[in-house]
Design a protein around this ligand. Structure first.
Ligand code: PMP
Length: 365
């Protein structure tokens, strides 16, 4: 069996170990005579998996007892709406920092719920090529919360130092860089992240929320959208996506075996270093539009001299077993996603291919 080198932006590569474990347990989960998918979400077999997934998240990120860890549905897109539904009462305003298409979408949903402000935007001419500087953040000290997107999946920018918001709760969409390294959860009031990039399949959005924020959330919204409902029921209020949570459990336990988030960070930094070095080595051919200090280690974007060469690059890479390299349709170019399950070897194969591609197609046309 040949597994390709998968650079997809999400759903994305998963560690083979996690998939093999799923394969081995699929038909008969721990001698129960059925798969985990067929078990009741109220039975002891599934509950053990569910609790383990939550416990592993807490352990890997050192999440304190001040926070709930929730496994919800509807993706990060639903959180765009659920965050303001819970945290934006009438008479208050929420600050949004715009760094890409996803933060724009989050703002659009919040506008439907209440009052909002743009605290900063780096979207010059519709292209976001950097993270705002500290002095560009015009934060409202009375805001209900500040919303940011920690990694911009389409444009390839990433926050490496999170903004200081004083007493104003900081909310982050971490969908595309969640758990790529250890970070201080205590800096945030609420974090949400779709699982399908760094920690599992689609179907789940993880929420880590401070308990006082959850308890203080609005009660005049449908029960299913209240964080409190899910916190009170350990994310078992309604039937959860059991197979997705099971797979997240497998991925998190693989991450733990690899040495946890410090090991992940080391590998992720090495992959980013290798790829940006390859780009910069041929800066007159591979052009990265992103400001150097904002370059994402999760989604690396670059252009070739022409769109025709970009198409050829994607086609030839595919023949060599490297897939998922086409940039997002709204941005174009090449995008390489380097989530946790992408190996250093795959990146080395890609950079060798990049060197070769120039040798064969070097002249700008
Ligand atoms: N936020 C970010 C940063 C994303 O990258 C994505 C998906 N690519 C989303 C939100 C939307 O996630 P979902 O499709 O799970 O709703």
């Amino acid at each position: 069996m040949a597994r390709v080198m998968n650079f997809n932006p999400g759903p994305a590569a998963l560690p083979l170990t996690a998939l093999e474990r799923a394969r081995d347990e699929l038909i008969d989960f721990r001698g129960s005579g059925m798969s985990i998918i067929e078990h009741s979400h109220r039975g002891k077999e599934y509950e053990a998996v569910h609790d383990e997934a939550i416990a592993l998240t807490r352990e890997l990120l050192s999440v304190s007892d001040n926070y709930h860890v929730l496994f919800l549905q509807g993706g990060a897109s639903q959180q765009f709406a659920v965050v303001p539904m819970n945290l934006l009462p009438s008479g208050k305003s929420a600050d949004y920092i715009l760094t890409g298409g996803w933060s724009e979408k989050a703002l659009e949903e919040a506008k439907l719920i209440g009052q909002t402000r743009v605290a900063a935007s780096t979207g010059e001419n519709g292209k976001y090529t950097r993270i705002p500087r500290k002095d560009e953040l015009k934060l409202d000290p009375n805001a209900a919360y500040v919303h940011m997107t920690s990694n911009n999946t389409l444009f390839g920018t990433q926050w490496f130092e999170f903004p200081e918001t004083g007493n104003v709760p900081l909310v982050a969409d971490m969908s595309s860089d969640f758990m790529w390294r250890k970070f201080d959860v205590n800096r945030f009031a609420l974090i949400y992240a779709g699982a399908q990039k760094n920690i599992g399949p689609s179907g789940i959005v993880l929420v880590i929320a401070r308990k006082d924020i959850v308890e203080g959330g609005r009660k005049d919204i449908p029960k299913i959208f209240r964080y409190n409902t899910h916190a009170d029921n350990r994310s078992l209020y309604n039937t959860p996506p059991t197979f997705s949570i099971y797979l997240v459990r497998n991925v998190l336990s693989w991450m733990k075996e690899q040495g946890g988030l410090s090991a992940m960070e080391k590998i992720n930094r090495e992959k980013g270093r290798l790829l940006y070095e390859a780009i910069d080595r041929h800066a007159d051919y591979y052009r990265c539009p992103v400001a150097t200090d904002s370059r994402s280690l999760m989604n690396v974007v670059f252009r070739l001299p022409t769109e025709a060469l970009e198409e050829q690059f994607v086609g030839e890479a595919k023949k060599k077993g490297m897939v998922g390299l086409k940039g997002h349709r709204s941005v174009g170019g090449i995008r390489v996603s380097l989530y946790n399950a992408v190996s250093v070897e795959s990146v080395k194969a890609l950079t060798a291919f990049m060197d070769d591609f120039i040798r064969s197609n070097g002249a700008k046309s």
